[in-house]
Design a protein around this ligand. Structure first.
Ligand SMILES: Nc1ncnc2c1ncn2[C@@H]1O[C@H](COP(=O)(O)OP(=O)(O)O)[C@@H](O)[C@H]1O
Ligand SMILES: [Mg+2]
Length: 249
């Protein structure tokens, strides 16, 4: 039984951007260059710069327009402000020279107790059919947080319960339906390119309730999920056992 580990975010994003249904859910994304960065920064309220191959929220930079042609640049190292036309020269020294970077339209994440969150959906294919076996929300530790990775202090929450208590009033059942719809489409499209048995999706819900694809992990780690939804966790473990058995055959 085959399963490909694909690390490049661009490689996984391209088939989705090329799909007539899914492209609507993928934020505008490009390789980072000075022109692509400046184009995006003029078009969107915020942009995210991230390593094409990276994990755990490492090396992610958020650049936000704050008015009067000024921007605010936030990373793990803190926040600085500067004129927009100097932004690229400020972020350049923050990049690792041996890595390729993406620049992406920033999504204005919905918040819970004023802290941004995103959604993790794990899909598994124990037999021929994709199943959504885990779903949870990951709430960032602070209002100012740039990333919602558990490795950077975010906490897992029960998704259904959290969606009913967000700071923005969201149509919970519509958001849930869209999250699942986007998840299954993504699994299907990526699986047609790379053989997959499991995929962990990072999806965003913006302040208006629109669902967005952020990234697909072909080697997701799922620590801490047991405590928030035990029934789903059992379902996940069962699929995992079946996949393991099949791959031993
Ligand atoms: N375009 C974006 N808009 C808003 N938030 C984003 C965007 N891209 C990434 N993030 C935030 O950064 C986190 C990490 O980004 P991600 O693409 O998942 O990289 P990693 O592989 O490091 O997890 C996301 O979970 C989300 O909180
Ligand atoms: Mg991620």
């Amino acid at each position: 039984m085959e399963h490909a580990i694909v690390r490049s975010k661009m490689k996984k994003g391209l088939p989705l951007m090329g799909d007539p249904f899914m492209k609507y859910y993928v934020p505008d994304t490009d390789w980072l260059t000075s022109p692509s960065f400046n184009r995006m920064l003029k078009s969107y309220t915020s942009v995210f710069v991230k390593p094409d191959i990276g994990r755990k929220g490492n090396g992610i930079i958020r650049v936000r327009n704050i008015g009067r042609k000024r921007v605010e640049i936030s990373s793990q190292q803190g926040t600085i402000a500067c004129p927009r036309d100097q932004a690229y020269s400020k972020i350049e020294p923050m990049l690792q020279p041996n890595k390729s970077y993406l620049v992406q339209q920033g999504i204005n994440l919905a918040t819970y107790k004023r802290r941004p969150f995103d959604v993790r959906v794990v899909l598994q294919k124990p037999s021929g059919i994709w199943r959504a076996t885990l779903m949870c929300a990951k709430v960032a530790p602070r209002k100012s947080s740039v990333v919602t990775n558990v490795a950077k202090g975010a906490k897992d929450y029960n998704l259904y319960r959290l969606l009913r208590r967000t700071d923005q009033i969201l149509k919970t059942s519509e958001v849930m339906r869209d999250l699942l719809d986007v998840s299954f489409q993504t699994a299907q499209i990526l699986n047609a390119k790379f053989p997959l048995r499991i995929v962990g999706l990072d999806l965003a819900v913006d302040k208006r309730g629109k669902v967005w694809f952020l990234e697909a992990n072909t080697k997701p780690d799922n620590v801490g999920l047991e405590s928030i939804d035990r029934r789903l966790h059992r379902k996940y473990l069962k699929a995992k056992r079946i996949i393991r058995k099949a791959s031993e055959e």
